[in-house]
Design a protein around this ligand. Structure first.
Ligand code: FE2
Length: 394
C-alpha cells in the first residue's frame, strides 16, 4: 500500500479553470441548514463542532421573515436558518422533516449562466436568478431542485462580496452583519481542525438512485466516481446501494444511497421513514488533516460518535498495514481506518445531531485514499443496526 504525502488541504482549483464553462464549480459557497431555532442551533454547532459564529441576519438587522447565522471553520460555511413567518419554507421543512440540509450552494462565475445551463440540461427551477448589492459589490443567486426538497443554489459574487473577501470575513450577503459570538474565542483557543466539505451524501427512495445519478450527470455534468452494490454494503440484516458522483473539477463528491432488500429494515429506509418518505441529505463529511486532534477535541466537547466493538481493531491492522498515526490512539479514540490502492483514510461518524435519525456528520482524514471507507461498511452497519434496534426501528 502506498501512503503518498497528503496534498495540502486546500479547497479548489479556481486558478486553473476557465470561466467559459458555466457549470464550473469554483467552491462550495455554503450549506444551508433549516432548523427550528437558529439562535440555539448556532450555539450547538459552534460549541459541538467548533464553528465561529461570524455573521447574522434577523429582526434586528431588518430581516422580517427569517433569521440566519453564518458559521465558519476552515473553508466551511454553514448558514443556519429558521423561518419567522408561518409560510416561510423553513417552517414546512421543520414540519415534514425536522432540522436538515436545504441547500448545497456552489460559487460559480455567473449564477444566471449556470442556472440557464442547468435548466437547459433539464433541471427544475427552485428560484429564478436575482441580484442584490450596491456599487461596491453584488451577489447573484439562482437555485435548482435536486433530490427530495433539497436544492442547489448557484452564487456569483463581485467586489466586497467576492469569494476571497468572504473568506477573509466579508459579508456573505447584503443585510448580514458581523458579530462576536461568546464561543468564538474559546473555539480559536481550542480548534477542531475542520477544513472543508469533502462529500455530501444523499439518501433516496428505493429505485431512486439511478434516476438521481443520471440527474447529476445530465444537469450538473458530473461524472460517476465509484459504485458500490449490496454485495459491498450489506450485513446479515440490511443493505444499501450507493453510487458516487463527482463534480467536473473534483471540488465535491455526492454519494447517493438507496435502500436494498435485507432481512430487516435498511438504515436508509429508517432515514426515509423519519423524513416523511422523502429523499434528503444523510450526512456531510468534513475534512481534517489531523483526525486524532479533531476527534479528540470533538469528543471533549461532547460530540457522540458511533462506537464500534473492540473486535473491529483485532483484524484491522493486518488489513491496513503501517500508518503515520499512533495505532493505540486511533483505537482509543474509536477512529475507523480503511485503505485502497492509493493510500488510507481515517473516518468517524457522529450520531444523528437531532432527535430524528436523519442528518449526521462524518469527520474524514485522507492519506492518499480517495475512497469512502468501503472496508468499514460492514462493521459500521452492524454498529448502526445496534443503534436502530435501540430506537425500535429495526
Ligand atoms: Fe461519508
Amino acid at each position: 500500500m502506498t501512503t503518498e504525502t497528503p496534498k495540502p488541504v486546500q479547497e479548489t482549483t479556481v486558478e486553473v479553470c476557465s470561466n467559459t464553462d458555466p457549470l464550473h464549480l469554483i467552491d462550495v459557497d455554503h450549506v444551508r441548514i433549516y432548523v427550528g431555532n437558529a439562535k440555539q442551533a448556532a450555539f450547538f454547532y459552534a460549541y459541538a463542532f467548533g464553528f465561529q459564529v461570524t455573521q447574522f441576519d434577523d429582526l434586528t438587522t431588518g430581516k422580517r421573515d427569517e433569521a440566519s447565522y453564518l458559521l465558519t471553520q476552515g473553508n466551511i460555511r454553514i448558514l443556519i436558518t429558521t423561518g419567522l413567518t408561518k409560510n416561510h419554507p423553513a417552517q414546512r421543512h421543520i414540519n415534514l422533516f425536522g432540522d436538515g440540509v436545504k441547500d448545497i450552494a456552489f460559487t460559480v462565475f455567473d449564477a444566471e449562466k449556470a442556472y440557464n445551463r442547468a435548466i437547459d440540461n433539464g433541471a427544475e427551477s427552485a428560484y429564478e436568478p436575482f441580484t442584490v448589492g450596491d456599487d461596491n459589490g453584488k451577489v447573484t443567486r439562482a437555485g435548482i431542485k435536486t433530490y427530495g426538497e433539497v436544492i442547489h443554489s448557484f452564487v456569483s459574487r463581485t467586489g466586497t462580496f467576492s469569494l476571497p473577501e468572504l473568506k477573509q470575513g466579508g459579508r456573505i450577503f447584503p443585510g448580514f452583519e458581523t458579530m462576536e459570538h461568546p464561543l468564538n474565542q474559546f473555539n480559536k483557543d481550542n480548534p477542531c481542525g475542520l477544513k472543508f466539505l469533502d462529500h455530501c451524501v444523499g439518501n433516496v427512495e428505493l429505485d431512486g438512485m439511478d434516476k438521481t445519478v443520471n440527474w447529476y450527470e445530465k444537469v450538473l455534468e458530473f461524472s460517476m466516481f465509484k459504485h458500490f452494490d449490496d454485495a459491498d454494503i450489506s450485513t446479515e440484516y440490511s443493505a444499501l446501494m450507493s453510487k458516487v458522483m463527482s463534480s467536473g473539477g473534483g471540488l465535491i463528491k455526492f454519494p447517493i444511497n438507496e435502500p436494498a432488500e435485507g432481512k430487516r429494515k435498511s438504515q436508509i429506509q429508517e432515514y426515509l421513514d423519519w423524513h416523511n418518505d422523502t429523499p434528503g441529505v444523510q450526512h456531510l463529511a468534513f475534512r481534517t488533516d489531523d483526525a486524532l486532534e479533531s476527534i479528540a477535541e470533538l469528543r471533549k466537547r461532547g460530540v457522540s460518535f458511533l462506537r464500534l466493538p473492540d473486535t473491529y481493531y483485532e483484524l484491522l491492522w493486518d488489513r491496513i498495514g503501517d500508518i503515520e498515526e499512533e495505532k493505540k490512539l486511533v483505537q482509543e479514540l474509536g477512529i475507523l481506518v480503511d485503505c485502497d490502492d492509493q493510500g488510507y483514510l481515517l473516518q468517524l461518524f457522529t450520531h444523528p445531531v437531532q432527535d430524528r435519525p436523519t442528518l449526521f456528520f462524518e469527520i474524514i482524514c485522507r492519506r492518499g485514499s480517495q475512497s469512502f471507507g468501503k472496508g468499514n461498511f460492514k462493521a459500521l452497519f452492524e454498529a448502526l443496526e445496534l443503534e436502530q434496534d435501540r430506537r425500535g426501528n429495526l
